[in-house]
Structures are given as C-alpha cells and as structure tokens.
Design a protein around this ligand. Structure first.
Ligand SMILES: [Zn+2]
Length: 437
C-alpha cells in the first residue's frame, strides 16, 4: 500500500514536470521575444533577394544573373510571398543625367557604383571635350551615353535644324574619339516641348537617332540651388508607375542633386523597380508636338537631307550582338559596344574583363594595364601593342590600342592569354557567338 502511494507520487511528480515542460514550451513560443527570429529570417531573405536584384541590372547579363540565381535560391525557399511579388513587378526606372560631365560626375558615378545601378548620361560635347576621363569612365562602368548637343544654347539650336544637327555631329565625334562608340540617343536641351518642330523629330529619326524626353522631372533645374529634399520629392513621383524616366542633372552647380541621389535610388529599390539604361531600340518617351509651335523659318532642303541625314542612319547599323562563352561564364556586347576591325572583334579591355568576372588595374608608371582573369595574370601594353603573361619573358603581339582614353583589345587575344583559346565563332543572323575551350 505504502509502495503504491510512493509510486503514485512519483508518477504524479513526473506528470507535473511534463505539464510544466509543455506549458513552458508553449509559453516561450507565445512570447513576443520569439518572433524576431522569424522576422530576421524574412529580412535576410529580403536582403539577399534585393541584392540579387541589384546584381541582375548589370549589363553583363548571363554571368551576373547566374551568380544572382545561386544567391537567390535559399532566399526564395524561405521568403514570404510579398517578396516574390516584388521581384515580378516588372517596373523599371531609368535615371538620366543631363548637362555633364562636370566635376560632380565622379561623385555621381561613385554613388551609382556603390548602389550597383546603371544610368544614362546625356552629355554636352563641350564638357566631354574638357573632361574626357569621365566620359571614358561612364562608358567603361556600363552606363549609357546620350547626346545633349555641344553647347546647349537654345537660341542657336532652335533657330534652325542645321545648327542642331551640326552640334549633334560635333558631340558625337567628341564622344566617339574617347570611347570608340557613337551615341545614338539624343535629348534636346530643355526638352522637345516648345523647341522641336516636326522637322527636328522626323530628320533625327531618319538619321538613326532616338530622341528621349522624360516622364519624371526631379525639378532640380527649375531654379538655382533647389534643395536636395525638394529634388528627392520631385524625382520620386512617377507619373507612369511601370516606367519612370527620371530627369536629373550632373552639370556644374548641381551639388544638391548629388546629395539627393542615394535617397532617390533607395526609393526606387524599395518600390521594387529595376534600374536600367535607355537603349535605341526602346519605345521612346517624347512630349507631344505642340500645335502652337510653328515650323522654323529656315527648313533644310531635300538635297541637304539626302547628303547628310539619309546616309547617317547606316552608321548605327552595325548589326549583331557579340556573345562570348568562356569556360561556363558568358557575356554579351551589344552592337556599338564592340568594333569590327579587319575581321577582328575589338572590345574595351576593362568592360570585357569585368563582365567576365576579372579585374583590371591601370599601372600609370609603366603605362600598362594589369589584368587578372580566370586565375591568370597578364599585362596589356597599348603603346607597344603587346600582351604579356605575368612572369613570361616573351610578349605576344596584339592590336592592343588606345581609342581616346580607352584601351581596346582583340577579344580573341584576350581569351587566349587567359587560358581560353577560341574554339569556334558562330555567325548567326543577329549574333556572333564566340565559344572557347
Ligand atoms: Zn540640359
């Protein structure tokens, strides 16, 4: 009997412990302190996802998106549904900077680089000539360059199309000498509204250009010294929710725009927009031709059009995309990003190496470019026209050359010295595909 009582007490105590144990467990899971663990998972997922989205906007497509999808996988597994929707939004934002380059352009480029977003710079020929190093940097860092005329002087530019055309060609040549690429995008100083007559629209199109106005005005040039807070407000009020082309300025005196820029980028990221550059094949955003604009008095004659405008369009018909597949990594160069010289595909060295996951370092003392790509190290010498493997005594001759401030190389030589000789070049209707060993 006594034994039975003792046994009963023991069971009762065990049961009591069990109940306490279960209750405590429930208690913990009900405590608010427990939930942050789950929230932080969601946050991590969101962070991983948004950083992969940023990466995805790089123009080096495949290689970056491959890396991004690897990163994004664990995030998708634990990400709550709204995050997925955010990714699918399809909303795009195009930041555009007019009137540069100026002394502020370097800071703008640093901010864009840090945020991993690309933008479009509508440059003035006059400024490009004064600061070619910024034009080279804009190009090499994968941003787009558009043409904003040579000197921005309304009275001359909008008196007749002849002067507008002359300035477009002058700026085009300035940029081409620096980067090797002709800008095809055009933005009218002050916008087309009230400035272009029908001739301007028609002849620029016929000449192969694509004119872009904007649909979001940051109002950073409405008056002198518009404060950053006001610019941020203007730049983040998209009129069309799916495609925002934002007007900003990186010309002299636009310090407040630089100040506002990180906030503008953060806003569009938080709303799920993807950043991209304007391209000539996009449907342009243009202001409607206003009825009150009378045709300019001086109109170009048919002979001038036939001699100047008609053949100009052919300058942009370089055609094919150049795709490179190197040991599982791949990237693409759009027409205009590469050149075809005597049957050789020439690419800007820095752009090509960075898109394939390597690094370049400009060694100013010896005037050499040091390259590190897929585990190999080599130097390119644009003055001697050679490529040399690190530690090798013999150099290989190659058409390494400066075009303005940019070093260009034959992609075949670059791949070979990096240990991936070209196996095959397949020429399709709209693509050259380079396949390496
Ligand atoms: Zn302007």
């Amino acid at each position: 009997m006594y034994k039975n009582i003792a046994a009963f007490i023991r069971i009762a105590i065990l049961c009591a412990f069990a109940v306490i144990f279960i209750m405590t467990g429930i208690g913990i899971s009900l405590q608010p302190g427990h939930s942050p663990i789950q929230v932080s998972h969601a946050e991590e997922a969101q962070e991983a996802l948004s950083s992969s989205e940023e990466v995805r906007t790089k123009p080096g497509k495949e290689i970056y998106s491959a890396a991004a999808s690897v990163m994004a996988k664990p995030a998708f597994a634990s990400a709550p549904a709204p995050v997925k929707e955010k990714k699918k939004s399809g909303k795009k934002v195009y930041l555009t900077f007019d009137d540069g380059p100026s002394d502020l352009t370097g800071e703008v480029l640093d901010i864009l680089k840090k945020a991993n977003v690309k933008a479009t710079f509508f440059v003035l020929g006059e400024q490009a000539k004064a600061r070619p190093e910024f034009i080279a940097r804009i190009h090499e860092e994968g941003h787009a360059i558009g043409n904003h005329t040579y000197d921005h002087e309304y009275s001359k530019l909008y008196e007749s199309f002849y002067e507008f055309w002359r300035q477009i060609k002058q700026t085009e040549e300035t940029v081409r000498l620096i980067t090797g690429v002709r800008p095809q995008l055009v933005r009218a100083p002050g916008g087309t509204a009230g400035n272009f007559d029908e001739t301007y629209f028609r002849l620029l199109k016929q000449g192969g250009y694509q004119v872009f106005d904007w649909n979001v005005d940051s109002r950073d040039s409405k008056r002198r010294g518009v404060p950053a807070a006001e610019i941020l407000k203007g730049a983040t009020a998209p009129a069309n929710s799916n495609e925002a082309i934002v007007l900003l300025h990186d010309g002299a005196g636009h310090k407040e725009t630089v100040k506002a820029l990180p906030g503008i980028i953060a806003f569009y990221k938080s709303k799920g927009y993807q950043f991209d550059v304007l391209t000539p094949d996009m449907k342009p955003v243009q202001f409607k031709l206003q009825n009150k604009i009378k045709p300019k008095k001086k109109q170009p004659g048919s002979r001038w059009i036939a001699e100047n405008v008609v053949p100009n369009a052919a300058l942009f018909k370089q055609g094919k995309t150049l795709a490179v597949d190197m040991g599982g990594f791949s990237t693409e160069f759009a027409p205009g990003e590469y050149r075809l010289e005597d049957g050789k595909h020439m690419v800007p060295l820095r752009m090509a190496v960075e898109r394939l996951g390597g690094d370049v370092l400009w060694e100013s003392k010896g005037k050499l470019v040091q390259v590190s790509l897929t585990g190999t190290r080599w130097e390119a010498d644009p003055n001697k026209g050679t490529m040399t493997l690190s530690g090798a005594s013999k150099s290989n001759e190659s058409r390494v050359q400066f075009i303005g401030h940019t070093v260009w190389v034959p992609i075949r030589d670059m791949l070979k010295i990096s240990g991936h000789p070209v196996q095959d070049v397949v020429s399709g209707e709209d693509i050259y595909k380079i396949v390496t060993l």
